[in-house]
Write a new protein. Structure first.
Ligand SMILES: [Zn+2]
Length: 398
């Protein structure tokens, strides 16, 4: 007969680091997509890690920012064309990819373009500490400015493909043409800026046809934007999903012969209620802020940089306060568990927090004073839950 549970026994245990669902680096993550396509195009030293894909001679990746697998599956009526591709994609299994940790745009775009996990390309968060200056650096806006080629020294898959005689092109917003993030993640061959989604689709199809072997990337941002402002499932979000679905169909109908179009995303999204239980405010919490020199990352994926000598105390405290809702790991525990990929380059080690905290429940660790805009967002992403981590990999062939 079981002992009656005491109040102490029924208190939930902190989440263990090992219970976090780690991204499928090396077999089914975003970083594996371009190398798989490039290997099929004969680019040297590329690994075809996604074994269910059979690349065509002309390959286009269309990345829809913020469109997670679970959100797509939940809205078939708003995305009839993409939904029709589910059954036939990825060798008939229709399986998603994992974005990588954290599930955030700068990290994921770098994984896509370099074909490397975050521990190697070195953009392991929305904001991370620059160990050389001790300052936080925003990876998306590249602020403060840091020498791009030193921060991320690897060539992109586009550059390697271009060097191997493949026609490589990126068709995106003109705003991104000369940004450091584009330079380190999405350059190689030709960058073509077009303002409207329709123009991008038409031009991407032209670029596919411009080579016997081609590798083309194109992008649409607004599903993510609507989700942040109004939430997943809002009218605005669903409207952007419908629009993205029409763009996919427009491009699919223009594919030149011997082409494959791959639709994917950089991360999914989760709505977080606006109350104190779901939005814990770092700037108002003396326990969590004790011993913390810098707070990096974002609400669902935090890098915590401790003042010298305080890392162990910060870890203990964060586990106690947040450990039932967040996976809380030391830097070395997160690295050993493979959160950032199988290898961590030396230059990347100090960019990762002394403590790394990834949300499991629908909660946020906001910072209302230092991050007023981010703290007010409805939809959020960053962590390892399926809603954030799983992204579609849909295929259309001509
Ligand atoms: Zn976003």
């Amino acid at each position: 007969m079981a002992q009656p549970e005491t109040a102490w026994d029924s208190h939930p245990e902190p989440l263990t680091v090992a219970s976090a669902p780690v991204p499928e680096y090396g077999s089914g993550s975003l970083a594996d997509l371009l190398p798989t396509l490039a290997a099929g195009l004969g680019v040297p030293d590329m690994s075809a890690a996604i074994t269910e894909l059979t690349p065509a001679d002309r390959n286009c990746v269309f990345l829809i920012d913020g469109l997670g697998w679970e959100q797509l599956r939940a809205h078939p009526e708003d995305a009839p064309f993409m939904t029709s591709l589910l059954a036939t994609s990825r060798g008939g299994t229709g399986r998603p990819l994992t974005a990588g940790y954290p599930a955030t745009t700068a990290t994921s775009l770098a994984s896509v373009g370099t074909g490397l996990p975050p521990g190697a390309h070195g953009l392991p968060g929305y904001t991370v500490r620059n160990p050389d200056t001790g300052e936080l650096m925003n990876q998306l806006r590249w602020q403060p400015w840091t020498q791009p080629g030193i921060w991320q020294p690897y060539p992109t898959v586009f550059q390697l493909a271009h060097a191997a005689g493949v026609h490589a092109a990126q068709v995106s917003s003109p705003t991104f043409q000369n940004t450091p993030l584009t330079r380190v993640a999405l350059s190689g061959g030709t960058f073509l800026g077009r303002l409207t989604g329709e123009d991008r689709m038409d031009l991407a199809a032209e670029q596919l046809a411009a080579g016997d072997r081609s590798l083309v990337y194109t992008y649409f941002a607004e599903v993510d934007g609507a989700g942040h402002r109004f939430g997943v499932d809002s009218d605005a979000w669903r409207g952007q999903l419908m629009y993205a679905d029409r763009l996919v169909q427009r491009l699919a109908e223009q594919l030149p012969p011997r082409s494959a179009l791959y639709i994917t995303a950089d991360h999914g999204m989760i709505d977080v209620p606006f109350d104190e239980q779901h939005r814990i405010d770092f700037d108002e919490d003396w326990e969590l802020s004790a011993g913390v020199a810098l707070l990096g990352g974002e609400g669902r994926a935090r890098h915590v940089y401790a003042v010298p000598g305080a890392a162990d105390d910060v870890l203990t405290c964060w586990r106690e306060v947040l450990g039932e809702q967040f996976w809380v790991a030391s830097r070395d525990e997160a690295i050993a568990a493979g959160w950032f990929g199988p290898q961590i380059d030396e230059r990347v080690y100090g960019r990762i927090g002394d403590v790394v905290a990834a949300a499991r429940d629908d909660v946020l660790l906001i910072a209302s004073e230092r991050e007023p805009k981010e703290s007010a967002m409805v939809g959020n992403h960053g962590s390892m839950t399926p809603a954030e981590q799983l992204v579609p990999l849909l295929e259309v062939r001509s």
